[in-house]
Design a protein. Sequence first.
Lengths: 147, 147
Amino acid sequence: MQNTELNKKLEELKLRCKKANLRVTKQRLEIYKAIFESKAHPDAETLYNSIKNKVPNVALDTVYRTLTSLENLNMVFRVDSLLAKARFDADYTPHSHFLCTKCNEIYDIFLITAQDVKNEVQKKGLGEVVDVNIQVRGICPKCSGKN
Amino acid sequence: MQNTELNKKLEELKLRCKKANLRVTKQRLEIYKAIFESKAHPDAETLYNSIKNKVPNVALDTVYRTLTSLENLNMVFRVDSLLAKARFDADYTPHSHFLCTKCNEIYDIFLITAQDVKNEVQKKGLGEVVDVNIQVRGICPKCSGKN
DNA sequence: TTGAATGCAAAACATTTGCATATAC
DNA sequence: GTATATGCAAATGTTTTGCATTCAA
């Protein structure tokens, strides 16, 4: 019995598809497998190329649509930020950002941990730190009340 | 004497322009002012609209070019990630990402602080946390050696 | 059978680039 | 005067959408 971990995940994916009334398609399974098996945090086009041999006629837009559904099923997530556009800041006092998924607002939050992260990365020799970007996604107090 | 803080910053901007052999233009000053004065982390189009009345003929691409130069001068920075494309991950074990600015590689790094951030945000009532995204930008050990 | 997923083509959107003109120095 | 920045237009690159067809349930 090989790939137990992957097989477990694939069963989980099938289960979640069923719960969400989504169909289990070859494309969804192959795209998920490709992400699971890669350590390179692939983008849509990379995934498209890596599954072409298994799903010859697959289209790039199917990859995009599949990524969105896998994301909604909480089977994959994006490594970059959720923001569609670049947004800018001139405030260099160390702070983090709270991105509200409801109102799309970005709030500055001040945490004690940004410097800690920098220290920890340096100390562990993981790389030379230029800056630390802590993004917290969630629902802000204003939106919490609303339905 | 009003706007001392802003004026200081504008002087700093002029100084850095001179050092970098960049010209001090009305567009650069106005775009910087608009970012400095806004708490909303504006995007390029928002900035474009907010300076139109002061620089009537300004073009959107000038805003983009100016944002790039302000970024290079370390007068502003982007709130979202540096990644041009969305990249995906299927690994839900709590981890952070080290983005190397040289090789463009994304490395998983395991820090003790992700959970701390979540706890701190919840405790302070800043919002309901869905997930914490810690991105560290820098230069990875592999690239550190190279020129 | 039937509604959801796919493939194809075209559109949408943010961002970038080429080039002639305007402008800071 | 000269090199850089700008404005305009067109291009680029990623992602999304409309629609007819295919396919999982």
